[in-house]
Write a protein that binds this ligand. Structure first.
Ligand SMILES: Cc1cc2nc3c(=O)[nH]c(=O)nc-3n(C[C@H](O)[C@H](O)[C@H](O)COP(=O)(O)OP(=O)(O)OC[C@H]3O[C@@H](n4cnc5c(N)ncnc54)[C@H](O)[C@@H]3O)c2cc1C
Length: 602
């Protein structure tokens, strides 16, 4: 009996721990991981990494942006000397075998200067992780210790001039040499971060023109060269160049993973890239909010600091609320991955491989966080530039660079359009496989609409209207998904506008669910009132976004009486609750101004 119970508990925990499960369990039912649960060790690692970024990287921002030779690679090597590059590398190969929370904290800590952030990420994440996850023992022994210390710097080459989103459409080919000792690579890669100084590249090419495969290509390989630097809108200090392969001879022992299985490497690395981009963007949001708050306090107009004006204060309130949401989502994913690791681990001690499988389980959340945080950072940097007035438009203030630098976040690690297709696509696929109870939940929907009190039975305590809204948002997803699946079946792939609307609903559902669950866990917290206010502000705006996007999805799937009925149901799920915008805002802004930025710290 006891054994059965334990097994059942494990199964339940496992089911709840699956990616996409947030749509099907009430907000706050399960404890979510959040910054307040960081261990002392994690905080201390973050502080060390942050100190390096603030004291060593930021003061060299001008030299980095001018691409002064040696500065950026020199800083990477310096970071290696301090142990900041080695979190994701197994101990056996000179690393720390760190947990994913520490890895995320390091990514966030380095989000102080865009060119640095992307170069750091390309080295530790997409550059090195293919070998961590898929390398042979010999490859790991050869490359990882040197990545850990920064002695060798790494890059990742998937995109080509003719194929970015359509990565499997790559044209670069690899042919086995007659003596079977080398692959001969021909073709080119485009937009490769760190290319100008990297020593080691993960390069994707098609063996015999059709079997997509990853190779480790070392600098100095005969027939391999790096093209000229791109001149970019932002990230001007980072190196971005094409790679050229003209009969480049890559030893067969440098094949990474299996021939013909390169797509597995490419897609799994993207999950980690998306996750780290999202926590990095959350960190950048907090820094950007600081730029806005400080400027608003300093600048005077009409005899007042501009921080007195409601329209400036509204921007700060929105920035704080979205940063709190992004932070809550990113670290919840980190905690979910850690939890899933306990389930996927088969005891083989292959932690890296287990980590990759755990990341795959939460690929939906990785995409959700990537889209949300890149767009939230975009909007915030735009608003903080606006707070700077004309001074936001000139180079003397850092917001000008921040605005240019952040723009690319919506383009790489899968464009936000591609991620928007993936989010509902993965949820629906899991539901079809019986891994998520979408059909069962959709079957209850009409009864819930008829008796909306069932959405949040016996609710009491804090944030009741926002918790109810969160349940309504999840049901809005079900309402729209049910209509779309009934109308289009598997042909839903061809209705991108409906998929994108579903993605947007899922993004707000995850944001609300994460920030509210985190907030409710904080009993007795002196900042509880502020946290509640951040949730209320975000929820009020999310309600309107979700109402619109659900209408879009329904109108794309239904017509006539069916559409009218569904829209009436939507109004029940997401009732309009009038709120005074000044009151919502003023519950937040004094704390932002007092902290001169984001009002919480680790
Ligand atoms: C600064 C910078 C650094 C980079 N670093 C690297 C790196 O280190 N390594 C690397 O491999 N790559 C890197 N990239 C490349 C980046 O990953 C690609 O630019 C990105 O994947 C988009 O590909 P693309 O530019 O070919 O655009 P395309 O794929 O041509 O897309 C163009 C537009 O069409 C849309 N689109 C395309 N397909 C679809 C579809 N099916 N449905 C709907 N919309 C669609 C896209 O969303 C986009 O808006 C970098 C890019 C930049 C700008």
């Amino acid at each position: 009996m006891a054994v059965e119970k334990i097994q059942l508990d494990n199964e339940l925990a496992h089911a709840a721990a699956k990616g996409g499960a947030f749509l099907f369990s009430p907000v706050g039912e399960r404890r979510v991981f959040c910054p307040e649960l960081f261990s002392e060790e994690q905080r201390s690692f973050y502080k060390t990494a942050l100190e390096f970024a603030m004291k060593r990287v930021l003061p060299q921002s001008e030299a980095i942006e001018a691409k002064r030779p040696g500065v950026l690679p020199g800083l990477l090597k310096e970071a290696g000397g301090l142990g900041i590059l080695m979190v994701d590398i197994p101990e056996a190969y000179g690393g720390l075998s760190g947990d994913i929370v520490t890895s995320a904290l390091v990514a966030e800590s380095q989000a102080v200067q865009g060119s640095w952030t992307v170069s750091f990420g390309a080295h530790v994440s997409i550059g090195t992780l293919p070998i961590v996850f898929f390398g042979t023992d010999a490859q790991k022994k050869k490359f990882l210790p040197k990545s850990a210390t920064g002695e060798w710097l790494f890059a990742y080459a998937l995109s080509e001039a003719g194929s970015g989103s359509d990565a499997l459409g790559a044209k670069t080919r690899a042919d086995l040499s007659p003596d079977g000792k080398h692959y001969i690579l021909n073709g080119s890669k485009q937009w490769i971060t760190n290319a100008g100084f990297a020593d080691v590249f993960t390069v994707f090419a098609k063996v015999s023109g059709d079997r997509f495969t990853a190779f480790i290509v070392e600098k100095g390989t005969l027939g391999f060269s790096v093209g000229r630097e791109e001149h970019k809108l932002g990230l001007r200090g980072s190196s971005t160049c094409p790679l050229i392969f003209e009969d480049a001879r890559v030893p067969v022992e440098n094949v990474l993973g299996e021939v013909g299985k390169g797509h597995k490497i490419a897609f799994n690395i993207l999950n980690m890239g998306r996750f780290k981009l999202s926590v990095g963007s959350a960190g950048a949001m907090k820094n950007t909010l600081g730029l806005g708050a400080k400027y608003a306090l300093d600048r005077k107009a009409f005899g007042h600091p501009i921080s007195d004006f409601a329209l400036v204060r509204e921007k700060l309130a929105r920035g704080a609320a979205t940063a709190y949401a992004a932070e809550s989502m990113g670290y919840r994913v980190a905690g979910s991955i850690e939890e899933a690791l306990a389930h996927v681990s088969d005891g083989s001690k292959n932690h890296a491989f287990d980590m990759m499988r755990a990341l795959e389980a939460f690929a939906v959340e990785c995409s959700i966080c990537k889209v949300m945080s890149s767009e939230a950072l975009h909007n915030l940097s735009d608003e903080v530039l606006q707070i700077h007035g004309g001074y936001g438009y000139v180079e003397d203030f850092p917001i000008e660079r921040v605005f240019r630098d952040q723009r690319v976040n919506r383009i790489y690690e899968g464009t936000n359009e591609i991620n928007r297709m993936l989010i509902p696509g993965m949820i629906l696929k899991r539901a079809m496989k019986g891994e998520l109870p979408l059909m069962e939940a959709a079957a209850n929907l009409d009864e819930e609409i008829a008796d909306p009190a069932r959405l949040l039975p016996n609710a009491q305590g804090r944030l009741v209207p926002e918790r109810r809204l969160t349940e309504g948002v999840k049901r809005s997803f079900l309402l729209a998904a049910r209509a779309a699946v009934a109308k289009f079946g598997t042909a839903i792939d061809e209705r991108q506008e409906v998929l994108a609307a579903l993605a947007d609903i899922a993004i707000d559902a995850y944001a609300l669910d994460s920030m509210i669950a985190r907030t409710l866990q904080r009993n007795g917290d002196p900042q509880a009132g502020l946290r509640d206010a951040l949730c209320r502000f975000f929820a009020a705006e999310a309600r309107d976004r979700v109402h619109k996007r659900t209408r879009d999805a329904l109108a794309g799937s239904l017509a006539g009486d069916e559409l009218s009925g569904a829209l009436r149901g939507l109004d029940v799920l997401l009732p309009y609750v009038p709120q005074d915008p000044a009151a919502l805002r003023e519950a937040i802004v004094p704390a932002v101004l007092e902290a001169s930025g984001y009002p919480f710290s680790y």
